[in-house]
Design a protein around this ligand. Structure first.
Ligand SMILES: [Zn+2]
Length: 471
């Protein structure tokens, strides 16, 4: 098709009719017409003659690029009409001939593009999204949540920016960005659907105002924005790809904030002292409790030989984020997804909400059907209410941790409904039929891929924003 369009374009440029070119190359004008419309493949000898008659080399004629915008549109329409999507519509095809007005052609191709995009979008139902998320979690679990290539990249970049240990400063993050050709700017009017926006043309990364509470989250945001470039991400074409990129940028940012060359010796020493604690790890690197706990899942198994689990649980008992490679049975839905599932009331992740002292970690042993675990839980509150962050290990590994001497011990037999999910029989008898609660709508943990070029982001808003701020 492209070849045909190139022949026609070159012939028109040379001011030759089909008849006239036919005479020069000794071929019937009807055959040339078929070739130009992509309906016939010319023999190489004829192609050579055509090229010579039009004053082109064979290579120029075989260039895979369409010769003009118009030709590109004709090719796009032809391709779309040959595809399965169009075939399924049962509509007559339109010949992309020269008679078709360019605006009509533009519109048809635009509609075909939109049709293809919507078909792709429809694949990302919440169920598909949950499956994709589960697949990613199992993949991370199989690698003990350790990705050496991101570790190495992060290490090189932070060291190159002058990092020499301890917490990574905002200044070092700015230098790191500069070395990659980016300036970090804080603005008050970021599009509400975006966490950060990067201006690739002018090399700028826009972040929320530096004064927002919990400002240390900004380093992570900046590093995640940088990560998209460093890891050479393309625009995500599916929800699975979107999630994978999220996992990768989060990992990269964590590996920058807590570089393994500093973190591993720190953790090894605390292990030797039998005084491992997430809170100390958090404070040594100036990150949130959740970030420290998640970072521990990257390093504990591969570097310290400790299998573990991580849970972020809301005060309603729903699992927001989870990871395990220690055999703990996380609650799952039929697709294998864990997000939004209720965890056992007897687990430390929920028991911790009931105690008075919330400033320090809460420790608990829990006997479960897959063994006894020691867990350390810290509660906190954020924009979406209270939550708890838990790091737990099998009983045999409790000895490395501060808080192993706790006397608190619970028994959980979940998913057995008799454990904690079934109401007490006497209460059920008294109240069944007399209770009518109104459910609170749960926030969709994983929504379908929304409209726009980037999942979940209003791109019109983003472009207007960039326009406003461009130098
Ligand atoms: Zn239970």
């Amino acid at each position: 098709m492209t070849l045909g369009r190139r022949v026609r374009h070159a012939r028109a440029t040379a001011g030759l009719t089909l008849d006239r070119l036919g005479e020069q190359v000794d071929a019937a004008p009807s055959l040339l017409s078929l070739i130009e419309n992509g309906r016939r493949e010319p023999k190489l000898s004829l192609l050579r003659s055509i090229a010579a008659a039009l004053g082109l080399s064979l290579n120029e004629l075989l260039d895979p690029e369409p010769p003009s915008r118009r030709a590109a549109l004709e090719i796009a329409l032809d391709r779309a009409q040959r595809g399965p999507l169009f075939a399924g519509l049962g509509l007559p095809a339109v010949k992309p001939s020269q008679k078709l007005a360019t605006p009509v052609l533009e519109q048809l191709v635009g509609l075909h593009d939109e049709l293809a995009r919507r078909a792709e979008e429809a694949i990302a139902t919440p169920e598909e999204a949950r499956r994709a998320n589960t697949e990613l979690r199992l993949e991370r679990q199989a690698r003990d949540n350790y990705f050496p290539q991101f570790e190495q990249l992060a290490e090189e970049l932070v060291r190159g920016a002058g990092y020499a240990g301890g917490a990574l400063t905002h200044r070092t993050v700015a230098v790191l960005a500069e070395r990659l050709g980016f300036t970090i700017l804080h603005v008050n009017d970021l599009p509400r659907s975006a966490r950060t926006v990067t201006d690739l043309r002018n090399g700028r990364i826009y972040l929320p105002p530096a004064s927002v509470p919990g400002g240390h989250g900004l380093r992570s945001l900046a590093l995640q924005a940088i990560a998209h470039r460093v890891l050479e991400h393309e625009r995500p074409r599916s929800y699975a790809e979107f999630l994978r990129q999220r996992v990768e940028i989060t990992y990269f940012a964590a590996a920058c904030l807590v570089p393994q060359s500093e973190a591993v010796p720190f953790l090894e020493e605390r292990k030797r002292e039998k005084d491992l604690a997430v809170e100390d790890f958090r404070d040594a690197f100036g990150v949130t409790h959740e970030a420290a706990a998640m970072r521990l899942t990257n390093l504990a198994t591969v570097k310290l030989g400790i299998p573990l689990h991580f849970l972020r649980v809301g005060d309603d008992g729903a699992l927001f984020r989870g990871y395990e490679n220690d055999g703990l049975r996380l609650p799952q839905d039929p697709t294998g997804a864990i997000e939004g599932q209720l965890v056992c009331r007897r687990w430390a992740a929920r028991e911790a909400f009931d105690r008075r002292d919330v400033a320090t970690e809460y420790y608990q042993y829990t006997d479960t059907p897959t063994g006894t675990y020691w867990c350390s839980t810290q509660t906190g509150s954020g924009g979406t209410g209270s939550f708890s962050i838990t790091v737990g290990v099998p009983y045999a590994h409790a000895k490395w941790f501060r808080g192993r001497d706790t006397r608190v011990r619970r028994t959980s037999t979940c998913p057995d409904p008799a454990c904690c999910s079934r109401p007490a029989p006497e209460l059920a008898e008294r109240w069944s039929g007399a209770a009518w609660p109104s459910a609170r709508m749960h926030q969709q943990v994983l929504a379908a891929l929304p409209r726009g070029a980037f999942p979940g982001v209003d791109d019109a808003e983003v472009y207007a924003f960039l326009e406003r701020h461009a130098p």
